[in-house]
Design a protein. Sequence first.
Length: 204
Amino acid sequence: MTSLQHTNPSARLRAALAIGTTPDPSYIGELLERCAVEPDFNVRETLTWALMRHPESLTVPRLVEQVQSGNNQARSQALHTLSKIKGPNSWPVITPDLLSDPDDEVARSAWRAAVVLVPQAQRLPLATMLSTQLGRGSREMQLSLSRALLALGDVIEPVLRGPHRNVRARAHAIATERLLRDPDAGFELDIEMAKRVSALGQDS
C-alpha cells in the first residue's frame, strides 16, 4: 500500500502526485478506492489528475463501474473525473435516473459531467431531462443546475419556457433564462413573477 492511506492529507497529496508523475496501471484500483473515501478536496483533485495520467482504455471502464455501483462519494468523484477526461465512450453512463439521483452531490456531478460529455445531437434531449430537476433543493443546488443548463446554450430556451411542474420550478426557469440573456445578472428566484406567468396560462 502507498501513502494514500496516510493520516496526513499533505502526505496523501504527495503520494497522489507521485503516482500521477510516473503512471502505473497497478495503482488505478488504489486511486479509485481512495476517491471513495478521501475527505480533502485538494487531495481528491490530485487523485483525479493521477487517474487522468493513465490510459483512458484502462480508467474509463473502471470509472463507469464506480458510477454504477460505488458509494455516493465514489460515484460523484468518478463522474467528476469522467468530465475531466471527456472521453466520448463515457456518455452512455449519463442516464435520466443518474441526472435525478436522490443524492445531491451525485446529481450535481452528473449534471456537470453530462454537459461536457453530451454529443451535439443529444443537447436538446439532455436539456429536457435536466429541466425535470428545476426547482430542486437549495439555492446553491439550483444555481448548479442553471449553470449546467447554460452550458448547453440557446437550445435551452424552449425548454425553459415550456410547462413546469410547480411554481418553484417555473421561478427557477425564469431565473435561468434571465442568466442566459444576461450572464452578469444575479441568480434570484422570483416566486411572485412565476405565479403571474402561471396565471397567464404559460404553465400547465
